[in-house]
Design a protein around this ligand. Structure first.
Ligand code: SF4
Length: 445
C-alpha cells in the first residue's frame, strides 16, 4: 500500500535543514508521497529508512524478465484490474512446447515450426515469444541436450519445464546465458530449484495447488535468495483457473499482498488446437502472464495473438501509422494520389483495397492523431489546411506531373476549400474504400 506523507515523515531525519530545497522535512515528505520529488534529494536520510521506503514503494506486481536482448520477455508490473482504468503494460507471452523426447530432424522440425509462428497485423509484428522445452523423457541428459539444440536453433526465449532438480540443473547450465524461465519449483523441491535459479541468475516458477501453499512457497524461494518469481496456481479446470487468476491479481494489486505480487504462467496444452484457442483466449483475458500451448497451427495462434494485441493496446491511444506518403506497387509521375488518415485500421483497409486494384498509387497519410476520416473531419483534425500542409511537408507535388487529388467520398464537402488551398483538382472517390479498385480501374484509368 502506498505510504502517506506522515508515514514518510516518521522515517526522515526531522532536522528541517532545507538541503533538499524544501522548507521542512514535512513538506519534503508530502512532496515525496505525491511523487513530486525523489528520496535521493535528502542527503541525510538513513540507510534503514531508505530500505523501508524502497520496499513500501515497490510496485504491487514485480516485473520479471527472461530471455536476452533480442528475445527478452517482460512480465508483470501491472497496476490495474481493468484496462480502462489506465492500461495493461506487459502483454501475455505465448509459448509453445517442444518435447525433449524428440531428437535429430524431428526436434529441428518442431523448433522450426514454432519459430515460424510470427505474423503481421495492421503493420505490427506479433508472434510466439518463447519455446517451452518439456522434460517428457525424464532424462537429465536428454533435457540438457535438447535445451542446447533449442538455444542454437531458435532466437525465441526459453522456458525449461521439469519437476526434476537434476534435469533443471543440467539444462540451466547449458542455457544460462539465455536467461531461461525455470518451471517449476514445488513445495517439495523449493530449496533445490531456488539454488539452481540463484546460481544461474534465472527467474523461477513457483507451483502449488492452493493460495496458502503458493504464498508460503514464494516466501521460501525469496528467503533462498531468488526475487524473480512467476506464479503457477494449479487448478482442476478452466473455470477455477480463471477465478484463481482474478483472485491472485486482486490480492496483489488491491491488497498489496507481496507473496502473490508476481505475474503468472498458465498451461493450455490439453485438447486439440480448437480447445487450446478457447482456453488460451480466456486465460489471456484473465491476466495470464505466460500461456503455454502445444499447437503449432497458425490458424489457432493468430486469434490468440490478436486477443493479446487488442487487450494490451493503450485504450487512450489509437493505433497509428506514420504520417507520410506510402507507395503502393511502383507508382510513377502519372500515378493517382489519394489521402487518408493515420488511424491504422483506416490506412490498412485503404492500402489493401488499393493493392487489390493493381493500379500503382501514392497514398498520403495525414496526421489526424490516429482518428478515422469522419471522426477527424468532425473534430477539425482533417480539413483543407491539414491536407495542404501534409502535401507540402511530404513533397507530393514532386512525385507526379498531374495535379489531381482523390479524396475520400465521406469528405466530399471539403472539395471546394481544398481546391482553393492546394490549386489541385479534387476528384471525389468512393465513400467505402472497398469500391476503390473499381474507381481506380474505371474512373482514374
Ligand atoms: S534534506 Fe532531509 S533532513 Fe533536510 S529538510 Fe530535507 S528532508 Fe529534512
Amino acid at each position: 500500500m502506498a505510504l502517506t506523507g506522515l508515514d514518510i515523515f516518521k522515517l526522515l531525519p526531522k532536522t528541517n535543514c532545507k538541503k533538499c530545497g524544501m522548507p521542512t522535512c514535512l513538506a519534503f515528505a508530502m512532496a515525496l508521497a505525491q511523487k513530486r520529488t525523489k528520496l535521493e534529494d535528502c542527503p541525510d536520510v538513513s540507510e534503514e529508512a531508505k530500505e523501508k521506503l524502497a520496499a513500501a514503494s515497490a510496485p504491487p506486481m514485480r516485473k520479471i524478465v527472461f530471455g536476452t536482448k533480442d528475445n527478452q520477455v517482460q512480465l508483470g508490473q501491472e497496476t490495474v484490474m481493468f484496462r480502462h482504468e489506465e492500461k495493461f503494460y506487459n502483454p501475455t507471452a505465448l509459448a509453445v512446447t517442444v518435447s525433449d523426447k524428440l531428437t535429430g530432424e524431428d526436434l529441428t522440425k518442431r523448433i522450426e515450426a514454432v519459430n515460424a509462428l510470427q505474423f503481421e497485423r495492421i503493420g505490427i509484428k506479433i508472434g510466439v515469444k518463447a519455446i517451452a522445452l518439456v522434460n517428457d523423457s525424464g532424462s537429465s541428459d536428454s533435457f540438457a541436450k535438447a535445451a542446447a539444440t533449442v538455444k542454437d536453433a531458435s532466437s525465441l526465449a526459453l522456458i525449461l519445464v521439469t519437476d526434476s532438480p537434476d534435469a533443471m540443473a543440467a539444462a540451466a547450465a547449458k542455457t544460462k546465458d539465455y536467461v531461461p524461465l525455470l518451471a517449476s519449483a514445488t513445495p517439495d523441491t523449493a530449496e533445490e530449484m531456488a539454488k539452481i535459479a540463484k546460481e544461474n541468475g534465472c527467474p523461477l516458477v513457483a507451483q502449488a495447488d492452493s493460495f496458502d501453499a503458493l504464498a508460503e512457497l514464494t516466501e521460501k524461494i525469496k528467503a533462498a535468495g531468488v526475487e524473480d518469481i512467476v506464479l503457477n496456481l494449479q487448478s482442476p479446470d478452466l473455470q477455477s483457473q480463471l477465478l484463481n487468476l482474478s483472485k491472485m491479481r486482486a490480492l496483489a494489486l488491491k491488497k498489496v499482498f507481496r507473496p502473490l505480487g508476481y505475474p503468472s504462467i498458465s498451461f493450455a496444452t490439453d485438447g486439440d488446437a480448437d480447445a487450446q484457442v478457447a482456453s488460451a483466449i480466456s486465460l489471456i483475458c484473465k491476466y495470464a502472464g505466460v500461456v503455454v500451448l502445444e499447437t503449432v497451427e497458425p490458424y489457432a495462434l493468430l486469434p490468440m495473438l490478436t486477443a493479446v494485441m487488442n487487450i494490451y493496446t493503450d485504450p487512450q491511444k489509437p493505433v497509428q501509422v506514420e504520417p507520410k506518403v506510402y507507395r503502393i506497387g511502383e507508382p510513377n509521375e502519372n500515378s493517382p494520389v489519394m489521402f487518408t488518415t493515420n488511424f491504422s485500421l483506416t490506412y490498412y483497409t485503404v492500402e489493401s483495397d488499393v493493392e487489390s486494384s493493381r493500379v500503382p498509387s501514392y497514398i498520403l497519410v495525414v496526421d489526424t492523431e490516429g482518428t478515422s476520416v469522419l471522426t477527424a473531419y468532425s473534430g477539425d483534425k482533417l480539413n483543407e489546411k491539414t491536407v495542404a500542409d501534409a502535401m507540402t511537408k511530404h513533397g507530393v507535388a514532386e512525385l507526379v506531373k498531374h495535379r489531381k487529388l482523390i479524396i475520400p467520398g465521406y469528405v466530399a464537402v471539403m472539395s471546394g476549400k481544398l481546391e482553393e488551398a492546394t490549386n489541385w483538382e479534387v476528384m471525389v472517390g468512393p465513400r467505402e474504400c472497398s469500391m476503390l479498385p473499381k474507381y481506380l480501374q474505371e474512373v482514374w484509368n
